[in-house]
Write a protein that binds this ligand. Structure first.
Ligand SMILES: [Zn+2]
Length: 599
């Protein structure tokens, strides 16, 4: 059986056209023996329309070919051999629900593939089952969402100014929703009430993955570069015409600006707004950027800016060698490679993030560290430096103050941490004598043993309830064949106290650093949440401990004050904690796994 098959998709959305034709792309997805739907081992397309109470005919398995000879059923209509007119060509894609089924199947599988390749392991859905349901024509509403409870992705449709708008034909919307499902499987605590940054992260990361997935298709970058005025003549690009501004406008075209307009009330608008954001180091302090949605746009803008910056530098360097002229095809491929590289980098960073209460600076430190581990030599693109520079331009600094030069902002090795912040205290050593290193790579009880033996060095709170959530061995492979074996584990600590006890709380020998938000009733129950990601090397040696301590007063106090200011504790009694999401978040954000974990 071949390792992968190629399937035709709409490259961005039906509004991005070349010569009147919708721009399509053929993408690789893992080869598998499909059932009618398509239904595969991870994705199950169920084309039921709840608004019309109608079931659409599935794409038959036969049309997809046999397992050893896969077929791309919509390829024949896209090849030049048959030469359909643009109108006929577009209609075939727009009006055939079986193509819509293939489009969502291929894009969800491609996104899952990106995650699994980047992380070097299988990635589970959060709900425990293996197959994510995907409904391409789920309801007649301008919306699309992921639901943990319904174990699926649901894409709506609605009447637009120029005919029906189907969200299941928009590449970035499909990737965005799939990414919500994937983060929810990897970091289920990111939907808990915390800081404005954490609330913004789910949305921002989903948009980031969507943006970079779209630009990892050369077909789209080709169209984007052709939008730069007078840049491309006779298939050759004049590098002198390129500026970040011009590229940014081209990129907006690649995102289907017009389609974005039709969706402005719904979704997809934020990704397009991010593209327009100009760098400012104080943007995150402005009041309009305290709100989760707008705040997320800043993170996306910072990454996009880095992408354009590196892309431009790279083309300028190549253009110098080629007398300022480059084949447009080569230009598109270079950009697609870079997008793929940055996409992989962002996904890998997830394993290097604390499992609770993250902020944007943590994401930057995680990117730098995980990228250094697998790609120590960054000379070709200079991605890490450009990302650091761009994030700084948007006011985001790495959380870690460790490292210099190319390593600035990376997470520090665990044994440099001290049990307290006191400089007089000697460095502490981790003790491995009680654990089996081999078992550390797969057994949560063994990892917990390690945590407990080293609770002083690792700064755990012994009074809290502690649980190791997962232990996963990974084999990460770079394009150049470089491989990295590591094991990622994560744990959570939960401590429930009364608000009135906060000021005098003595935990693990430390006292008086937590503050009750002024005005909060002393009888209120407060749940303090902490945790860490543990990264072991292939010999079972701890490389990194990326954590948010229950005993980190600065962060816990900030979080409690924020939740108090947001009115969270007032609503808590009558509505439970889902209300924090309902206030600001789009309805697509998953409700949490526990019905109401707050007492
Ligand atoms: Zn979303």
């Amino acid at each position: 059986m071949p390792a992968s098959r190629r399937l035709t998709i709409i490259a961005q959305d039906p509004w991005v056209r070349a010569g009147g034709r919708i721009v399509t792309a053929q993408v690789s997805v893992p080869a598998e023996l499909l059932a009618d739907g398509p239904r595969g081992h991870r994705v199950h397309v169920v084309d039921f329309d709840a608004s019309a109470n109608r079931m659409y005919a599935p794409l038959p398995a036969d049309a997809m070919g046999t397992s050893d000879k896969p077929n791309d059923p919509f390829r024949s209509s896209t090849t030049r051999r048959t030469r359909p007119t643009p109108a006929v060509f577009n209609r075939r894609l727009l009006e055939d629900p079986r193509f819509h089924a293939q489009n969502v199947y291929a894009i969800v599988m491609r996104t899952l593939g990106h995650f699994e390749r980047a992380l070097g392991r299988r990635v589970s859905w959060s709900f425990g089952g293996h197959q994510l349901k995907v409904a391409p024509h789920a309801f007649a509403e301008p919306n699309a969402f992921y639901s943990r409870e319904d174990e699926g992705l649901f894409f709506g449709y609605f009447a637009g100014p120029d005919g029906p708008v189907l969200t299941c034909l928009s590449h970035d919307i499909i990737v965005h929703e799939t990414t919500h499902a994937l983060i929810d499987g990897l970091r289920p605590r990111y939907t808990e009430p915390s800081s404005p940054d954490q609330a913004a992260f789910h949305e921002a990361f989903a948009d980031l993955v969507a943006l970079l997935s779209v630009f990892s298709l050369p077909e789209i970058l080709d169209e984007a570069v052709r939008q730069v005025p007078k840049a491309v003549t006779k298939g050759m690009l004049s590098v002198a015409r390129l500026t970040i501004e011009a590229l940014r406008r081209g990129v907006l075209f690649g995102l289907g600006e017009q389609f974005g307009g039709a969706l402005s009330g719904v979704h997809g608008a934020s990704l397009r707004r991010s593209v327009a954001l100009q760098p400012s180091r104080t943007i995150l302090d402005r009041s309009e950027y305290q709100q989760e949605h707008t705040r997320g746009e800043v993170l996306v803008a910072a990454m996009l800016h880095a992408f354009l910056d590196i892309y431009l530098q790279r083309l300028t360097t190549l253009g110098r060698e080629a007398n300022g002229q480059l084949p447009a095809v080569r230009v598109a491929e270079e950009g697609a490679d870079l997008a793929e590289r940055m996409l992989t980098m962002c996904i890998r960073a997830l394993d290097y993030l604390p499992p609770t209460d993250l902020d944007f600076g943590d994401f930057l430190s995680a990117i730098i560290t995980s990228d250094l581990e697998i790609r120590p030599d960054d000379r070709r693109f200079g991605v890490r430096e450009a990302v650091r520079r761009s994030f700084r331009a948007f006011g985001i600094e790495p959380t870690s103050k460790f490292g210099t030069g190319d390593q600035t902002g990376r997470w520090e090795p665990p044994e440099i941490r001290r049990a307290t912040q006191s400089r007089r205290e000697p460095l502490l050593k981790l003790d491995y004598s009680a654990v089996h290193r081999e078992a550390l790579q797969r057994d949560p009880d063994e990892v917990f043993r390690f945590l407990w033996e080293n609770r002083g060095v690792l700064g755990l709170c012994t009074e809290a309830y502690t649980v190791v959530a997962g232990v996963r061995p990974c084999l990460r492979v770079e394009h150049d064949g470089f491989t990295l074996r590591e094991t990622v584990a994560d744990y959570v600590q939960i401590l429930t106290v009364r608000a009135g006890e906060l000021d005098d709380l003595e935990l693990s020998g430390q006292k008086g650093k937590l503050k009750k938000p002024k005005g909060l009733s002393p009888g209120k129950t407060i749940r303090l949440l902490g945790g860490g990601a543990l990264l072991f090397d292939e010999f079972g040696q701890l490389k990194y401990h990326v954590r948010n301590a229950v005993l980190n007063p600065a962060k816990q106090n900030r979080r409690l004050q924020h939740l108090y200011d947001a009115g969270f504790f007032e609503r808590q009694r009558e509505q439970g904690f889902a209300s924090l999401h309902l206030k600001g978040m789009r309805p697509e954000l998953p409700a949490t796994r526990e019905a109401d974990p707050w007492p």
